[in-house]
Design a protein around this ligand. Structure first.
Ligand SMILES: Cc1cc2nc3c(=O)[nH]c(=O)nc-3n(C[C@H](O)[C@H](O)[C@H](O)COP(=O)(O)OP(=O)(O)OC[C@H]3O[C@@H](n4cnc5c(N)ncnc54)[C@H](O)[C@@H]3O)c2cc1C
Length: 392
């Protein structure tokens, strides 16, 4: 048997393995690809097992783990069961703007139930005319007494028709267009909210992405999260952590395909000898293994620095970019070296590739990750009018 480099270790790993086995997460992830639905039973079970909100402080019902430890856990969840449940376990993390800046009432009513797996809250920034350039969003929340009237369209949104509410980013018109974008917690059952989730994504189909139209939705002022115009400042910290944690997931998923392929090419005989004896195959797998390890070491350093309070949007963006590229290359080789079966749904590689492929677009496209880094290399002044804000 080939000798494989060790997986990152943490005391949490045994527990994760046993939950993944008990809930049969690897099999469920494959089922959800074929019959996309939001996995409510597993979401609740992860909440009950305390696996939602790994990073959430204990006073809010989470485990309060340091970011690095969460990264190792997600690496393992990705390794054991693909992206589905690793990303699901980050749901409260994706709502940290609510946890950190929402009023005590909003946190009690909406955030704590996410950690328990009872409530699903989406995040809606993207619009038909504003994706990578998130500062171009046009949805507006116009003050109306002690309410706001919310109008606009949000697109590409995960859980559009499954989530009970969403954190919606909209402009509150004011004298400075650079300080208008504000976050609101918007329940989906309010009059004027129209959501649809057309089927048909390449991967991560369980997210059932869709479009939500807000037609003069009357929002009580208490649903505003934090200050007017401060939403992008809030979301920046969340995005930095997210990018590093997503990198850990993609590397774990790719590691599974890599290990399976390393074993397979030892057994598979072609032209009378194992595939591993073909240098083209062996060298590609050795290079993939080295890149997986190097990308993890880089990600690990970013995670560990986050725990020490050293927050670098550049480093986290590069971790996500690098991990996505390395993971896709590795899984693509897994498909290739498994031959015809590699291309089929009989094996998990093609789903892993489709799921990880979202990483080049979701949570900020790869070009935006590189742009964030380029802005550090060649700092430029931001334009004076309007607000330019890359989605990453
Ligand atoms: C699986 C998935 C889940 C998602 N979930 C959500 C969600 O829950 N909520 C939400 O709000 N959004 C979500 N999105 C949307 C995602 O954030 C946007 O698709 C992304 O920000 C890109 O925006 P866009 O689609 O408008 O593409 P555009 O901004 O039109 O960009 C198109 C492409 O152009 C390239 N590009 C863009 N800018 C530059 C540049 N400056 N330099 C070079 N190339 C560039 C990139 O390749 C990019 O993919 C999700 C997307 C996916 C795939």
């Amino acid at each position: 048997m080939p000798e494989l480099p060790p997986l990152p270790e943490d005391p949490s790993v045994d527990e994760l393995r046993s939950v993944a086995r008990r809930l049969d997460l690897a099999r469920r992830s494959r089922e959800l690809d074929r019959a996309p639905a939001f996995p409510w039973p597993e979401y609740r079970a992860l909440g009950e097992a305390g696996l939602l909100g790994l990073h959430v402080p204990s006073e809010l019902g989470g485990r309060g783990w340091p970011v690095r430890r969460v990264g190792v856990a997600l690496y393992h969840l990705g390794y054991l069961a693909g992206t589905t449940f690793a990303k699901l376990s980050l749901q409260p993390e994706f709502s940290s703007v609510l946890a950190e800046h929402g009023s005590a009432d909003l946190v009690r009513e909406w955030f704590r139930p996410i950690v328990r797996g009872e409530t699903l809250v989406g995040n809606q920034i993207t619009e038909p005319g504003a994706g990578s350039d998130a500062g171009a969003i046009r949805a507006a929340a116009v003050p109306d007494g002690d309410h706001y009237l919310l109008s606009g369209t949000k697109s590409e949104a995960a859980f559009a028709t499954d989530a009970q509410a969403a954190i919606v980013y909209a402009r509150v018109p004011g004298p400075d267009p650079r300080r208008e974008i504000t976050a609101f917690l918007v329940p989906r059952d309010l009059p004027g909210v129209h959501a649809e989730s057309p089927a048909g994504d390449l991967g991560e189909r369980w997210q059932r992405r869709g479009t939500v139209r807000y037609d003069r939705v009357r929002l009580p002022g208490r649903l505003r999260i934090g200050d007017v115009g401060a939403a992008f400042d809030y979301v920046q910290h969340e995005l930095t952590r997210e990018h590093a944690l997503l990198a850990a997931i993609y590397l774990g998923v790719a590691r599974a395909s890599w290990e399976e392929t390393v074993r397979f090419v030892e057994e598979r005989k072609v032209f009378g000898r194992p595939l591993s004896a073909q240098e083209a195959v062996a060298f590609a797998l050795v290079a993939d293994g080295a890149e997986l390890e190097a990308s993890w070491l880089y990600t690990d350093r970013v995670l560990e620095r986050l725990d020490r309070g050293v927050e670098s949007d550049r480093d986290a963006a590069l971790a996500k970019w690098m991990a996505t590229e390395v993971a896709l290359r590795t899984i693509d080789h897994a498909i290739q070296f498994h031959g015809g079966r590699g291309y089929s749904q009989e094996l998990p590689h093609e789903q892993r590739w489709r799921d990880v492929r979202s990483g080049r677009i979701a949570h900020g496209p790869s070009e935006i990750m590189l742009w964030v880094a380029a802005r550090r290399l060649w700092p430029r002044r931001e334009p004076k009018s309007g607000e330019t804000r890359p989605s990453g």
